[in-house]
Write a protein that binds this ligand. Sequence first.
Ligand SMILES: NC(=O)c1ccc[n+]([C@@H]2O[C@H](COP(=O)([O-])OP(=O)(O)OC[C@H]3O[C@@H](n4cnc5c(N)ncnc54)[C@H](OP(=O)(O)O)[C@@H]3O)[C@@H](O)[C@H]2O)c1
Length: 252
Amino acid sequence: MRTAIITGASSGLGRELAHQIARTFPEVECFWLIARREGRLRELSGELGARKIYSMSLDLCDEKSFETLAEQLREERPEITLLVNNAGCGYLGNVDETPLERQTTMTKLNVTALTAMTRLCLDYMPRGARILNISSIASFCPNPRLTVYSATKYYVSAYSRSLGVELKNRGITVTAVCPGPMATEFLEVGGITGNSPQFERLPYCDPKKVARGAVKAARAGRAVYTPTAFYKFYRLAAKVVPQRWMIKATGT
Ligand SMILES: NC(=O)c1ccc[n+]([C@@H]2O[C@H](COP(=O)([O-])OP(=O)(O)OC[C@H]3O[C@@H](n4cnc5c(N)ncnc54)[C@H](OP(=O)(O)O)[C@@H]3O)[C@@H](O)[C@H]2O)c1
């Protein structure tokens, strides 16, 4: 059964991506929606129309979740035409002031879970399949006070780019999506709301528009998708301006 798997589908961008995929990938017959909040996933299932939906309440920071998923994959043997690695979090604060547990939560969710999900799903992905990895503008330039988050998103962008080359012969594409700030639960969860003058100054991206653009970019097999002209310019600037100047200009 042609299947889309989406992590972090219970809110924000993940939820918008699920709706967008349902609208623009009519060939997708089944959704696997993953996040911890089961009620939210069930709510979303009801909105996605007459498709087969598996809501999987999994904590992706817990490695046992990968065993559960591997078992489910072995049982169902889905034809995964779309994998969306969207679940992520970012805690604001200097490294020496942020509890270790928060820092490892970011590396577990943003890096380890994305890597594990991809490896597990690849065995079930046919030619023409698409992988969408949600990175961030934080992957363009190191962000003090979001040091760990920014480093995890560097990983996501670099991993996506390199994996895309490896998978070329299999006809599978990988797209890294690099949005700027979005008004989602991410800001509250990460303690960013009210604590970062930079976040208050930056232009916000609309998650609906980001989802639309991301799905279109995945269809086209693009390696990177950066929404809005402002952040496209920022990406370009990060390539040509010395990093120490960029860091000064973008301090969070
Ligand atoms: N918002 C921004 O400003 C912004 C900017 C650039 C990039 N991004 C990236 O966009 C992606 C989506 O974030 P968002 O803005 O939509 O934030 P969000 O609304 O907080 O969504 C995060 C999603 O991840 C899930 N999640 C969190 N911890 C999890 C865990 N341990 N196991 C399984 N699922 C977990 C959450 O579901 P549960 O809580 O139900 O588990 C939720 O569905 C992230 O990768 C983020 O880094 C966000």
